[in-house]
Write a protein that binds this ligand. Sequence first.
Ligand code: CA
Length: 207
Amino acid sequence: MKILRRILIALLLIANAALLVYVLNGIKEPPQEILAENVTTVSAPDQTEAQIHPDFIKEEFVMVLPEGVNIAAKKPIKANAFTDVYAENRANDGSTDGSSYWEGTSEYPNLLTVDLENPAKIQTVRVALNPLSIWGKRTQTIAVNISSDGENFTELVKMKQYTFDPDEGNQIQIPFDEVETRYVQLVFTENSGAVGGQVAEFEVYSK
Ligand SMILES: [Ca+2]
């Protein structure tokens, strides 16, 4: 009987092993044949230098300054406040580099007034920040006022939000119908990039 039981167990083990081999063979991935006629060959371009897809090429910004001459350069300039060392004389010193900018405070409105010293016919105001991309895109809300005596101002250009974008020179130009004035004032009520208004150069153009 013992021998019979052993033979039976041996037979069962063999049957199990055979079943396992059968199952494993069954689930094996069938070999896939790739036929030459089903293959499409795409030739890659020789790439010997960096390539940019046309969709990602930035259009080169070309700065076009307003017509005429900037008559505000280095003229007497006054702000109602400034932050740290960023005093108003940095806003019309002819440079947009580094720390050469005026910055107002969080107490709006920030006023920046230039005295053209004589009445002049003007057509455009340009407000520039440092054009480098470290000066990230921001908005500033600005109005333009004028005055003949430096005390009584009238609104020339209504308060409006402008976008300063380093991809577009980080500057804005505000054209208006020609007007004769001596004092030109920028009024700031918002800057998304700092606590107060910022100006690297405040320019007033006269044809
Ligand atoms: Ca400056």
